[in-house]
Design a protein around this ligand. Sequence first.
Ligand code: HEC
Ligand code: HEC
Length: 473
Amino acid sequence: MNTQKFVYLALFVFFAFMATMSCNHDDDNTNITPEDTLAAHLTYLPESDQRNGDPAAGRDYLIYGNYVASGIPYNVIGGLLPGDGNALGRTGDNANLPAGFSAVNALNGVRVVSPNCLQCHGGYINGQFVEGLGNSSSDYTGNQSGLITIADLLITNAYGQNSPEWQAYLPFRTSTLKLSQILHAEVRGINLANNVFAILAAHRNPVNFVWSDAPVMPEISQMAPVDVPAWWHIQKKHALYYNGLGEGDFARLIMASNLLTVSDTSEARVVDNHFPDVYAYLKTLQPPPYPETIDQTLAEQGRQVFNTHCARCHGTYGQNESYPNLLVDLETIQTDPLLAEGYYGDAAGYVNWHAQSWFAQEPHSAALVPKRGYMAPPLDGIWATAPYFHNGSVPTVADVLNSTGRPTYWKRTFDSNDYNYQKLGWNYTVETQGGSTQVYNTTLEGHRNTGHTFGDKLTDTDRTALLEYLKTL
Ligand code: HEC
Ligand code: HEC
């Protein structure tokens, strides 16, 4: 090394050292950027090992498989369910059923109709059925036991109660009646799936899954309303569910519907063998493209706004996309805390049950790990997934971006064509009070529309550009 190079190197080392020193001086907080302050409130969620599967076999099992192997005999109910023009393009007796139900063989061979995943994970936008779009129009406000009363009558008349048909129906009857006694939604459109699973767990021995009419732990009473998330996000996610609750083997986590009617863990093991395929299939799903024209110049301006103000949490899109898998703590996000907090209160028993259960057994163990925060979700296909936030409390993206404009009481028509392409989301009317199952009341616990004020400081021009960009995702 000649002298000149040595001097440069020495100077470089000196300045590098000084730079580190000055960073350490920032501990006194005089010079901290907003980014650094934010960093303390974001937690990276690491990836866990997943089983590989075959996507084509996964779709087949998803729409034909008997992961819920008890239900109402096909001969009794098959012709009574309203058709949807075979939205899933199924063949055989399934072609006559709406997407949310499957004709499957019960364990004793009787052909039954049972609910499948699409009941919650298939939705309509612009009159089009979209596989993997959360169903945001289901109605859990009424008592669901009416279906059971009708099914009881039909099956008893056709076969009597001393029949293979009644046997094939019984597990479905038992769990559906139990759920209907407890589940109650305040408003149409929200889902109570977390409560469903906690209630089913409360009536099953964790080790062998055998049903017990008496609860094995206190039944959950606080209902955390949720909007069903889109399936096309899970290819990016390192942890499942809004609060990053689901860790470990995803295939095992997402077979939880099996708890509705499973007889014991020997049945669960068979179902478990198929779910790596289902997971592989879900990872191939893509959001529907935005159907109207997009102003590309404006969208490009919006991309810059997005990359400055939003990408840190939500990632980047297009070429070389990235997704940071961050959990944002409740103190920072300030959206309704009930869902995340519930796992430390009312639903803590469910977490313990899960940890002792067959789900947690090796190999391919799954775990529920509560966290006090929400994951910043991927925003692919965000135009189509109204309403917004984990509790579906905000009807449009425009309202997400401006917290002062969010309606306290609002109502929509549940017509999938009644969509607003300016604000991106459902058309809605602002109401003056709650008290109706048709009106979303954000003053109720679990339904609050607070927080996520990151768009408030933007100018109207920036927000308009940002909205245009979000249409491209
Ligand atoms: C009763 C409605 C319902 C049914 C049936 C249902 N799900 Fe879900 N699912 C939900 C809701 C609600 C969530 C969001 C829960 C949360 O994050 O707290 C969810 C979350 C998920 C997620 C995680 C999404 C994410 O972004 O983290 C996956 C994957 C999933 N479900 C797959 C399935 C599969 C596969 C089935 C069928 C075996 C199924 N679900 C059946 C309602 C349902
Ligand atoms: C500090 C991290 C952070 C920043 C910055 C941030 N977000 Fe979010 N965002 C979140 C989290 C966390 C949620 C989920 C909140 C919930 O569901 O309770 C969310 C939810 C959303 C949703 C609703 C998603 C859905 O499917 O319901 C949209 C839309 C959104 N953000 C857009 C933006 C935009 C646009 C920006 C930039 C102006 C932005 N966010 C900035 C963390 C962030």
